[in-house]
Write a protein that binds this ligand. Structure first.
Ligand code: ATP
Length: 199
């Protein structure tokens, strides 16, 4: 699988629709300080399902929308889209070309799409879980991340290793199933109480 293109529209400093096409091989992005290099990587992490505004250097999620400049009014919507070449079917059960879109509006409303079809954030997160490409994956190393991995708590380092080993997905599924089991047990207890009251 290969990242073919990233399109930022109203995201952070990218007020105008900006499409970056990645050719096979290595791509370097250069520019003066503050020109938006980190914003590009943050756009990539955001479309892959980033849920922490703080890790995108904002207070709340709508802060990713272009906030205006001396010459331009602020915008009310941000959109980031990635095109993936999946012709090797690295992502199983997915078509050869995948387009993922994420939008956010000033009122905090969000939209997520896979190939133009509206999905939940969870569907995007699940798509990349254990592939090494998720929002917190080790394939995107931001400034200071190496240091933070070395200084992190053993438990946090363990989840990183678990993602590499591909077990994180099963752990998440287990915890979801356990939660459902607890809810069902509580419903069953309630039913048992009602039965006792009736007899
Ligand atoms: P450096 O080389 O110093 O790390 P960089 O090229 O990575 O810089 P970024 O940190 O990506 O640059 O970009 C910072 C710029 O983005 C700042 O000028 C900041 O004002 C602008 N910016 C961030 N968020 C927004 C926003 N929501 N609206 C408008 N501009 C924004």
């Amino acid at each position: 699988m290969r990242l073919k293109a990233l399109t930022l529209n109203g995201f952070k400093s990218f007020a105008d629709k900006t499409k970056i096409e990645f050719q096979p091989g290595i791509t370097g992005i250069v520019g003066p300080n503050g020109s938006g290099k980190s914003n590009i990587i943050e756009g990539l992490r955001w479309v892959l399902g980033e849920q922490s505004a703080k890790s995108l250097r904002g207070g709340k999620m709508p802060d990713v929308i272009f906030a205006g400049s001396d010459t331009r009014a602020k915008l009310n919507r941000a959109e980031v889209e990635i095109e993936l070449d999946n012709s090797d079917y690295f992502l199983k059960k997915q078509p050869a070309q995948i387009v993922i879109t994420r939008r956010i509006f000033r009122n905090g409303e969000s939209e997520f799409l896979i190939n133009g079809k509206t999905v939940r954030l969870r569907d995007i997160v699940d798509l990349f879980l254990d592939t090494g490409l998720g929002k917190e994956s080790f394939s995107i190393i931001s400034q200071g991340r190496v240091e933070s991995i070395f200084n992190s708590k053993p438990q946090d380092r363990r989840s990183l290793i678990e993602e590499v080993a591909g077990v994180l997905k099963y752990k998440k599924e287990k915890s979801r199933a356990q939660k459902e089991l607890e809810e069902t047990t509580s419903h069953l207890n309630r039913v048992a109480d009602i039965i006792t009251e009736l007899y």
